[in-house]
Design a protein around this ligand. Structure first.
Ligand SMILES: Cc1ncc(COP(=O)(O)O)c(C=O)c1O
Length: 347
């Protein structure tokens, strides 16, 4: 959070905690984020908003996808959730709601990503419709950056240009609380900072930029996924290991069995040769990952049963490097972590 404030000192911070705080556990992370001073939370669904509501953190909660039906408008209104309106259908749902009930809205503008949002030339009609409901307050315009993970790309500047033009036309119909920047924007594209910034990934200490870990760009990974060695096997040359007997010891090999598997969200494709830290020593995984267990090479590692294992994050391999190994992004890898892995807050 300190890094967000350092880069965007004048912006309000809306922390993206959707998808269970990017897999980290929203019940654990959101209170910490509230303590560090985030001004609002952003989620993807009403269910996620309700989870935050139950945490009673007394910060506005924004539904990034807006309501998904008319009933959600009623719940959102009762709770005071901020709604992102990106589609004509949602305006009809809003209209089924009592016109004199207050609703706080963002209007999403499609500035070039072509995912959600009204095209700039639809905004006149949208704002004309909103005027007949004076009690609905449009906080500001919202848009999303498509390529902020490659900051040198001119696309973000083009998007920001479209956004600023929309603000010039319609900003006076809003409370001026516009928002464009996600983590990449916060870190590398100051011209995208508006009233609100909406970082997600960087709040968990992870880097949005390919080829760089969070640590390399001044962030601290908040996750340290730990387990332990629950059994040790000594393999003779030629012995097979694990499901499919897919790995054969080329020589004497000491193997640790670790209590974590793909049922916990450790990807099966990290089975052979992924970095892992055991009792503070770097080693590698072996053979296939099972649902609840995986194998690590202890041949040159001094570790006994009970030795601590760091699968990813602080004290072990960077989550970003494992994501690269899997040919995916850290967002996807962190979201895979399952809630059956017990979470513990350490300061
Ligand atoms: C609309 C919107 N805003 C903000 C964010 C946060 O993005 P990041 O995690 O890259 O900071 C996301 C994430 O996907 C998003 O969809």
């Amino acid at each position: 959070m300190a890094v967000v404030r350092q880069h965007a000192p004048h912006a309000q911070v809306m922390a993206a905690v959707k998808a269970n705080a990017y897999g980290h556990d929203v019940a654990l992370c959101a209170p910490v984020l509230a303590e560090t001073g985030v001004d609002a939370f952003a989620v993807a669904s009403l269910e996620e908003a309700e989870t935050l509501h139950d945490l009673r953190l007394e910060r506005p909660v924004c539904l990034l996808g807006g309501p998904f039906d008319a009933e959600e408008v009623a719940v959102a209104a009762a709770r005071g959730y901020l709604l992102v309106i990106h589609e004509q259908r949602q305006l009809l749902w809003l209209a089924t709601h009592a016109a004199d009930a207050p609703l706080r809205l963002f209007i999403k503008v499609d500035t070039g990503m072509h995912r959600l949002g009204f095209a700039p030339d639809q905004l006149s009609a949208v704002f004309a419709g909103l005027q007949s409901h004076p009690c609905w307050q449009v906080l500001g315009l919202m848009s999303h950056l498509a390529r902020s993970d490659t900051p040198e790309d001119p696309f973000s500047r083009q998007q920001a240009g479209v956004f600023v033009a929309a603000i010039a036309h319609f900003g006076h119909c809003t409370a001026g609380q516009h928002t464009l920047a996600n983590s990449g924007g916060v870190l590398a594209l100051p011209f995208t900072h508006q009233h609100w910034v909406r970082p997600g990934l960087m709040l968990y200490g992870l880097s949005p930029f390919a080829g760089h870990s969070g640590t390399e760009i001044g962030l601290q990974p908040v996750l340290s996924w730990r387990s332990e060695v629950v059994a040790i096997r000594e393999l003779a040359p030629g012995d097979w290991l694990g499901y499919g007997a897919a790995w054969q010891a080329p020589a004497y090999c000491r193997v640790g069995v670790v209590a974590a598997g793909y049922g916990d969200g450790y990807p099966r494709h990290l089975g052979s040769g992924a970095p892992v830290t055991v009792a503070g020593q770097a080693t590698r995984t072996l053979a296939r990952v099972s649902m609840d267990m995986l194998f690590v090479d202890l041949t040159t590692v001094s570790a006994e049963i009970g030795a601590s294992v760091v699968l990813m994050g602080a004290g072990g391999p960077a989550l970003e490097s494992l994501a690269t190994r899997l040919d995916t992004i850290s967002y996807e890898l962190s979201c895979r972590m399952q809630m059956r892995v017990p979470r513990q807050l350490v300061s």
